[in-house]
Design a protein around this ligand. Structure first.
Ligand SMILES: NC(=O)c1ccc[n+]([C@@H]2O[C@H](COP(=O)([O-])OP(=O)(O)OC[C@H]3O[C@@H](n4cnc5c(N)ncnc54)[C@H](O)[C@@H]3O)[C@@H](O)[C@H]2O)c1
Length: 300
């Protein structure tokens, strides 16, 4: 096992960010994705992100080149044995994650830490698929990974002190701040954030204020860097709905998704990812308020 080598499984939005930041901080990183094209796409994204940092004067050309040289990829899970830490960042699908951890358990020895970037699936459940649940932990990075300073570390019921300590050390080596959570729905951050977003949607849905004023209120009166509705569009209104439902399931009625959010998900108004939500989106930026939605709200 190599002390400074990690593996990242799933090279989508989160996996690429995690790989980039780990490589920038001196870790050898091996990438794996079930879709080989996603690995190639991921490598291109990481290179572009590093080049952008160089052009902004935030990273030297030499450091960018060294970071890229630390990243490799594999075609099968068999190539994972020598990583001390494996971070899973595949799609948020219970069955897929459980299946993957079963496979990882057969490919890795009793020393490897298996971390999941899940936003909502209990770590204790994921760990139950492995023969060493004491080595399994939640490592919940925030999006976009290179910019967001905090990382939640979630201890499952059987996670050992040693696994927790080593994971905390890893997060600090990435120059990030570990935030502790036990294995409860929504962990810490979504448990605080989701009721806030849900209430903002309720306020708009019941006609107390407008989409723009709710977002402006959060920015100008609460000093948030963006409003809760634009944020929900960015997260994906379907994802917001999913996380709220998970919270409601475990913690009760107070997390029930706002009726307007449910209607928007039914209508496919997911936000940035499809171009329409509370706002109309282009190139990852909100262009203007969704006037069709506002008209619908006035009719209600
Ligand atoms: N996107 C966010 O804002 C965000 C924030 C925090 C946590 N998360 C969590 O991070 C995880 C990844 O999210 P994402 O947004 O990066 O997803 P994504 O859809 O961008 O990427 C997922 C990747 O996983 C790959 N994949 C799917 N099944 C696989 C398997 N069985 N084996 C290997 N690769 C597989 C896909 O090909 C894809 O490249 C999810 O658990 C999500 O809940 C996401």
């Amino acid at each position: 096992m190599i002390e400074n080598k990690i593996a990242v499984i799933g090279t989508g939005t989160m996996g690429c960010g995690i790989a980039q930041i780990a490589a920038q901080n001196g870790f050898q990183v091996v990438l794996y994705d079930s879709d080989p094209e996603k690995i190639q796409g991921g490598l291109v994204t990481i290179k572009k992100n590093l080049e952008r940092l160089v052009s902004k004067g935030e990273l030297s050309q030499e450091s960018a080149r060294a970071s890229i040289s630390r990243i490799s990829h594999i075609d099968t899970l068999e190539g994972l044995q020598d990583s001390f830490l494996i971070i899973e960042a595949i799609i948020e699908d219970r069955e897929e994650k459980n299946k993957l951890f079963k496979q990882l358990s057969t490919h890795c020895g009793g020393q490897t830490i298996l971390a999941s970037n899940t936003s909502s699936i209990p770590i204790t459940e994921i760990a139950s698929n492995t023969s060493h649940p004491e080595n399994v932990i939640g490592l919940h990075f925030m999006n976009p990974v290179p910019l967001m300073h905090g990382v939640e570390i979630i201890r499952g019921l059987k996670t050992s002190e040693d696994t927790y300590y080593k994971t905390q050390k890893f997060v600090r080596n990435l120059l990030k701040e570990p935030i502790y959570s036990s294995d409860r729905a929504g962990f810490v951050i979504n448990r605080m954030l989701m009721p806030f977003i849900n209430e903002a949607i309720t306020i708009v849905g019941e006609g107390t204020s407008t989409i723009e004023d709710v977002d402006k209120g959060a920015m100008h009166c609460l000093n948030h860097s963006m409003g809760p509705l634009v944020l929900s569009d960015l997260i994906g209104n379907d994802t917001t709905h999913h996380i709220l439902s998970v919270l409601e399931n475990e913690l009760g009625e107070r997390f029930k998704p706002a009726p307007l959010l449910t209607r928007m998900v039914e209508a496919g108004l997911y936000g940035n990812k499809c171009g329409v939500g509370f706002y109309l989106w282009k190139q990852n930026k909100p262009q203007k308020v969704n006037h069709d939605l506002e008209r619908y709200l006035k009719m209600e």
